[in-house]
Design a binder for this molecule. Structure first.
Ligand code: NAD
Ligand code: DAU
Length: 359
């Protein structure tokens, strides 16, 4: 094998697309997927490549420093692509500690393991940290996040990601650890856990459940098809410059309510419902505390330096995503059984929502 790469969080939404891309595109790399399999990690996401000769799965928790160092010693990694994280803003509001542990301490454990295992000899090594546009805070009606935008995280989730970004840069500056960081906008696509807006609403439309729109619904996000994020990660891992940050976005801003209406329209068509039927499920509920008004990425740096640009239009991506959920009912049933029901009841019950799961 030419290289051995560690991908953390590879059983999650974005991680599974990154693992698949690397396993298939680089048969001469050994890809080690390290994941704790939390509620968000699911090996069903990787069924199609689980027996590939260049793929290894290791169940481990990045908050356990000893285990992580032992895994670095065992595999002698050439590089790390770090995606493992607690990723849902609403969960960070109810349980910030899990985010501090995994996103901050877990990242520090990986940095320490890389530094110790590589013994200061960083030739050919790379630590790639996958981060979010949420570290920049919230925009007004105008403007975009640039790589130079000052950090201003507003939720426990984004604060924990911002802290992890700072640690990665500090290890680069202090110990010379070769790193790259990307800050990406909202992803959507197959295998997205149905706690996030798009898959949650697809699932609720299928089940004729209310669609819980927070606040006035005029919050804006910039959406990117997950496979295009995985392509960007490949390009930055192989072509990005050490010590640099690259913003990744979809050039595709949508107000939540407009996106939800589009989703309803598409779902009506695909489910053979009367036009307007799914829209009747829209239910405005109490807002998310500290809700960031608008995110929008300027992704011109990665475009100019590495030639990356989204390959999938939003209409195409949304249609593919809905088709995937409709064709993968079993996947959806597995992830929405058990703990999901109690999460849902707790998350939405005090927000003025009724007739939801578990009630
Ligand atoms: P996800 O929640 O779907 O998956 C996270 C994965 O990490 C899961 O497989 C989970 O089991 C694993 N994990 C969690 N805690 C762990 C621990 N302590 N040890 C080992 N593994 C652990 O998340 P996602 O949406 O795929 O996001 C992946 C990364 O990309 C995160 O770092 C997130 O901050 C970042 N990101 C996400 C988006 C987005 O829109 N989803 C956008 C930009 C950046
Ligand atoms: O911007 C990148 C970030 O995007 C990632 O770093 C995060 O991991 C990812 O979860 C995502 O964060 P958001 O908070 O933007 O995503 P979410 O899908 O939770 O919400 C999208 C928008 O929809 C947001 O304005 C809140 C709103 N929303 C969400 C849910 C779950 C609702 O109105 N109702 C809901 O039930």
């Amino acid at each position: 094998m030419k290289k051995t790469l560690l991908i953390t969080g590879g059983a999650g939404f974005i991680g599974s697309h990154v693992v698949r891309l690397f396993v298939e595109k680089y048969p001469d790399y050994k890809i080690v997927n390290l994941d704790a399999l939390t509620y968000a990690g699911n090996l069903e996401n990787l069924k199609d490549i689980e027996n590939a000769p260049n793929y290894v799965f290791v169940k481990a928790d990045i908050t356990n420093a000893e285990d992580i160092y032992a895994i670095f010693k065992q595999f002698n990694f050439d590089g790390v692509i770090h995606l493992a994280a607690e990723s849902h803003v609403d969960r960070s509001i109810t349980d910030p500690n899990a985010f501090i542990q995994t996103n901050v301490m877990g990242t520090a454990n990986l940095l320490n393991a890389a530094r110790l295992a590589w013994k200061g000899n960083f030739e050919g090594k790379r630590f790639y940290h996958v981060s979010t546009d949420e570290v920049y805070g919230s925009l007004g009606a105008e403007g975009f996040f640039l790589e130079t935008t000052p950090y201003d995280p507003q939720s426990p989730y984004s604060a924990s990601k911002a802290a992890s970004d700072h640690f990665v840069r500090a290890y680069g500056n202090t110990y010379g650890l070769p790193f790259v960081i990307t800050n990406c906008s909202n992803n959507y696509g197959p295998n997205h856990f149905p706690e996030k807006l798009i898959p949650l609403f697809i699932n609720n439309i299928c089940n004729n459940k209310p669609l819980p729109v927070y606040g006035d619904g005029k919050y804006t996000r910039d959406w990117l098809y997950v496979v295009d994020h995985a392509r960007a990660i490949d390009m930055v891992y192989h072509g990005g410059r050490n010590g640099e940050t690259y913003n990744i976005g979809g050039f595709n801003e949508w107000q939540n309510i407009e996106l939800v209406k589009l989703l309803c329209k598409e779902m009506d068509e695909k489910l053979g419902r009367t036009p307007g039927e799914s829209e009747k499920l829209i239910s405005y509920i109490k807002d998310r505390p500290g809700h960031d008004r608008r995110y929008a990425i300027d992704a011109n740096k990665i475009n100019k330096e590495l030639g990356w640009y989204p390959s999938v239009t939003f209409e195409e991506g949304l249609s593919k995503t809905i088709d995937w959920y409709l064709a993968n009912e079993e996947w959806l049933n597995h992830v929405t059984s058990g703990d999901y029901q109690s999460y849902y009841a707790k998350q939405y019950a005090d927000k003025g929502a009724s007739s939801f799961y578990g009630e």
